[in-house]
Ligand binder design. Sequence first.
Ligand code: SF4
Length: 440
Amino acid sequence: MNMSSPTIGFVSLGCPKNLVDSERILTELRTQGYQVVPSYDNADLVIVNTCGFIDSAVQESLEAIGEALHENGKVIVTGCLGAKQDQIRKVHPKVLEISGPHSYEAVLTHVNKYAPKPAYNPFTSLVPEQGVKLTPKHYAYLKISEGCNHRCTFCIIPSLRGDMSSRPIGNVLDEAKRLADSGVKELLVIAQDTSAYGVDINNRTNFWNGMPLKTNIQTLCEQLASLGIWIRLHYMYPYPSVDDLIPLMTDGKILPYLDVPLQHASPSVLKSMKRPGTIDKTLERIHKWRDICPDITLRSTFIVGYPGETEKDFEILLDFLMQAQLDRVGCFPYSPVEGAAANELANQIPDAVKQQRFDRFMQLQQTISTQKLQAKIGQTLDVIIDEVDEEGAIGRSMADAPEIDGVVYLNDEKNVNVGDIVPVNIEHSDEYDLWGTVQQ
Ligand code: SF4
């Protein structure tokens, strides 16, 4: 890199969707000839890409801005919390500029203003063939739409990111192909509401490789399957149309894995949350999916202690967990988010009750998870390797998404490389993880 390139410090907070925004900003910075540096000290400018989803994320974002101001002084802020300019300015009046989520052009304009773009240089101004990736080389997030058309009462994403806006299918497939060609072995398909992909643009037909394709999740998955890499679906609402994706899993075209955020099971809590769909239908659907694809891994997240949640509502949730036997489950005690409609609801639950319900929930799910993992002992599973060090290797089976699910430990294994997919004989399990050895 040319030594006269302006240097930019960068911090990315929050969810995978924000990480994808960061990758795009970094790609554009690199395209313009900027140098992204690991420390703030000598940077010409620092960008903080913030999260504003829950209060603890807001706090973390404000602290990250404070740290950058302290260590460098020249800071621009973007991302979800950027939609609440006043809140940032109140704590950090010295921030130079603020923009909201996915405001790539505004970020670039702000950067150009405070750290002028380097003059054209044939070496620094080359458009990178492959965008900047913040995930390891062997997996990548593929964001297929922005924003959300739902209005869940506990969430402020629609006010931060706007209504749903789907990317054209040809554009998504171009990116997926480029990632696969560059060595990515696993694509994690994400959006706020992945199953609704294309609905906002009436499933418009778009071209890819000369083929007319409808913009919808079914067509996208069928085409992604042709890349021959692992395709994992996240944030899938259990709409009836999802049933048609399950045969692709049975046929091994996409991973038999569905991340379905359900949030609760009691009809009255779901109604108060303004969540789409009914839980009876969801349970029916789960059984149907398992009939078509017995190996499917189902993941979900739930909120306990939501305002107005009675002991009866909570027991309905525990009963649902027993019946659904989900493989992977995340749970959060409800925490208010500034600006969310749920803050105005009556009957806020005391923290001690929230914590007690959280503990009861996790205890039950731990038992289910332990039994499910025990049943894998003796099986041979394909495992993608994430890390190799002097103690051995760590990987994930098809049932495990990075960061949020369990792992497979391969103690003392040194003959594998990051990104390899190897058959592993499973020998041991605990509540969340597996242990095994590579099949010879
Ligand atoms: S579906 Fe609900 S929780 Fe998810 S982003 Fe949209 S409004 Fe928020």
